[in-house]
Design a protein around this ligand. Sequence first.
Ligand code: HEC
Ligand code: HEC
Ligand code: HEC
Length: 385
Amino acid sequence: MIRLALSALLLLSGLAAAAAVLFAWTGVYSVGASEGHWPVTRWFLEFTMRRSVSTHAFAVESPPPFTEAMFRRGLGHFASACAPCHGAPGEPRNEVVRNMLPPPPDLATHVPNWRPEQLFWIVKHGLKYTGMPSWPTQQRDDEVWAMVAFLQRLPELTPEEYGPLARGKLLLPPSAPEPMSPMGPLGELSRSALVTCARCHGVAGEGDEAGAFPKLAGQSRAYLLESLRSFATGRRPSGIMQPVAVELRGETMEELATYFASIDPAAMAGQEPGGAAAEPGLIRRGEQIAMQGVPDRGVPACASCHGGGSPAPSHPLYPSLAGQPAEYLSDQLALWQKGARGGTGAANIMARLADGLAPEEIRAVSAYFSSLPSVGRAASEQASR
Ligand code: HEC
Ligand code: HEC
Ligand code: HEC
């Protein structure tokens, strides 16, 4: 009896599947986006999406504390990568994407429907069959959290607050001396690329006051160029820098590297060392690590490669750390520990070394380097002669 019922059930489902294939084969069903969905289809798709996101978000760890720097980093990327589809405060979605099916929603009204872990999951993995893309790399949860930090504040952001942050400082600070901006060597393409870099790094590569973006001014040409190349090939994974670097031609990369390397960050007016607010005890501990390393665990002195404030790094591929935001430095060290920080051909030196540092030591040494005034490569090489 049971066997008979089972065979009937199998036969029926086989017939149903065959009917569905036949229906698809006739081509009667329209896949045109202009047709919209039947209300029942729309309900079903929406229900499936909500259930899938809720279930998968259970596996997401709880969010790290959100900082101002994370908010700014998320905002910078949002302006170029998300606003063209979703719109932004003061920038309505454009007419073309409104005709997508489903259309990308206005996130200011949708964000409150989701918990931070759910937003994280959506932004990291994207949504199948909708046009909502996944994060360009699956290795940078820190970047995805930065985007969530921004999304959480999006509903209250006014166009007056959002606009200037999204555009960045396109003009030189008025007090800046002229020679620090050698726009001369930049060709037409590089000038327009510089407008992009400036939104986040500042037009003179000075970074931003919240410490969301690393300073580029005064790093060596070799380090800047090799870093751009490693972002472009994905050897240094970053969902924020990878899409930017992929767009650059070889020549443009070279010109931009030459440009930022030639700027003396010390000449920049109003430059406050980022670590000024850190506790003096922490900075002293950091100085000890920078000068002597952590001998018990075989960690060498950082200054032997990176220099301090004034001696320049000892090799063109060793970046200067002085005056770099503390949060940026400690994030990079944490990435090495997770195996998610690639870089130039010299980067594996750091991978081994970072493993020997405890979280407290990372905090201290980052606060120390951040408290030093940044000095341009050219200037520091002269001083050490
Ligand atoms: C090519 C267009 C496109 C881009 C670019 C895009 N999205 Fe989306 N996004 C969509 C579409 C379409 C949906 C709607 C999915 C749906 O309704 O099921 C969506 C949905 C979402 C949702 C869920 C909202 C909800 O309640 O349904 C979030 C959150 C989101 N996107 C964030 C982002 C972020 C952050 C970025 C930038 C990193 C981004 N999106 C880039 C098209 C895009
Ligand atoms: C949307 C913001 C944004 C834009 C636009 C942007 N950057 Fe970046 N950049 C970042 C972030 C964030 C990082 C840190 C990446 C990481 O954590 O791996 C970074 C890192 C870098 C680094 C590595 C710095 C170091 O000390 O290792 C270089 C070099 C760089 N960017 C160059 C550029 C250039 C050149 C442009 C313009 C063509 C540009 N960036 C545009 C956000 C941006
Ligand atoms: C033997 C040389 C060497 C020593 C010693 C060294 N580093 Fe590095 N460090 C490098 C190199 C090379 C890079 C560049 C990696 C890349 O991106 O290719 C780097 C990069 C970094 C970065 C990333 C900077 C940026 O702009 O993205 C940080 C942070 C850093 N090192 C911290 C430290 C600390 C802290 C110590 C001491 C505990 C240390 N390093 C000791 C060689 C060294």
